[in-house]
Design a protein around this ligand. Structure first.
Ligand SMILES: N[C@@H](CCC(=O)N[C@@H](CS)C(=O)NCC(=O)O)C(=O)O
Length: 209
């Protein structure tokens, strides 16, 4: 039995759900429509002591950390063609997975929380604006990188597109009055290519909550 634990509103759960859809694996989804912390219970902590989502149970193999789960699935199910076979292409996929989880997310997460999850009266606008500037700097890097390719690892969609695609969707779904995005045509064209994929439409293109 395969099970994915965690609510669909979590970016980290979304990465795994999209990967599973790309590979075509069937799974049971626990707490899909939950809210923040809804899954936390002594039972859940037994297999995720940090009480974080997602956890993926692959027939008894317990996996945690979203990008590690995406890599595991891409590697373990080659029929999904998500794991680049050339080392150079694989390194680019890995590079932008790391970038999403560190350089971009360190700035985008406080913007997302500040504008979507925290009540306006509790917002730290200076902190949000400082992080919006960092987000723009980071997304410009990906925009430049995408100038000579359709997808992150080259001509073919791969695991490298998944974490970054989830985060860039959020970047553009945040309120325009605050974001004032720079012109990033390669990034927008790539996002448009991702939007043709069922997993992206079903699990990523959702209202931010
Ligand atoms: N680095 C971890 C971060 C996991 C994480 O922070 N998950 C958040 C949701 S995005 C969480 O568990 N929140 C508690 C909850 O919603 O119950 C990963 O990529 O899996």
């Amino acid at each position: 039995m395969r099970r994915l634990y965690g609510r669909v509103s979590s970016i980290n759960v979304q990465k795994v759900a999209w990967t599973l859809e790309e590979i075509g694996l069937e799974f049971e989804w626990v707490d899909k429509n939950g809210t923040v912390s809804s899954i936390d219970s002594p039972n859940y902590r037994k297999f995720n002591p940090a009480a974080q989502i997602p956890t993926f149970d692959d027939n008894g193999t317990l996996l945690r950390q979203s990008n590690a789960i995406v890599r595991y699935l891409a590697h373990s199910y080659p029929e999904g063609k998500l794991y680049p076979t050339e080392p150079e292409a694989c390194a680019e996929a890995e590079r932008w997975m790391e970038w999403q989880a560190t350089d971009l997310w360190n700035a985008l997460r406080p913007v997302f929380w500040g504008l979507i999850r925290i009540k306006p009266k509790h917002r730290d606008l200076n902190f949000i604006c400082k992080n919006i500037k960092i987000c723009h700097r980071e997304t410009s890097l990906l925009n430049d990188f995408l100038s000579d390719r359709s997808f992150i690892a080259g001509d073919k969609f791969s695991m490298g597109d998944i974490p970054a695609g989830c985060a860039i969707y959020r970047y553009y779904a945040l309120p325009e009055d605050f974001m004032k995005w720079p012109d990033l045509p390669n990034l927008k064209a790539w996002l448009n290519r991702l939007s043709k994929r069922k997993g992206f439409r079903d699990f990523i293109m959702l209202p931010l909550v």
